[in-house]
Design a protein around this ligand. Structure first.
Ligand code: FES
Length: 128
């Protein structure tokens, strides 16, 4: 049976936003899923103004299924303009909701996007 993807998932899969990489990124998070073999990388550029650190830009690369591409693209959209604390709270369900829902068996793809963003933030914090 074909998977039922929402229009938003299709849109983000066919025309992903923020695809690519950020040269000299402030932080990079990479996640691989040993079961499906898919890989996601998220890059963030952090800007500090008056002691507040915000994600100025975010990009992604994904080698994976349609949901992997749509969720990593969406999470970069959600992360842009947020403080690190706010971005760290973006969960797999927020991403799925912003995409108009995901089939249950595709929630792990959204979980990868969450982990990749958290990984990028952690990488930034560690480098400081
Ligand atoms: Fe692997 Fe979607 S099936 S990330």
């Amino acid at each position: 049976m074909a998977l039922e993807y929402s229009d938003k998932v299709r849109e983000y899969f066919l025309h992903p936003k923020n695809m690519g990489e950020i040269k000299n990124a402030s932080g990079v998070g990479k996640v691989g899923n040993p079961i499906c073999g898919d890989v996601m990388v998220i890059y963030i550029k952090v800007e500090k103004k008056k002691e507040i650190e915000k994600i100025k830009d975010a990009k992604f690369k994904a080698f994976g299924c349609a949901a992997a591409i749509a969720t990593s693209s969406m999470i970069t959209e959600l992360a842009k303009g947020k403080t690190l604390e706010e971005a760290n709270k973006i969960g797999l369900r927020d991403v799925a909701e912003s995409l108009g829902g995901l089939p249950n068996i595709k929630m792990h793809c959204s979980s990868m996007a969450e982990k990749a963003l958290k990984g990028a933030i952690k990488n930034y914090e560690e480098k400081k």
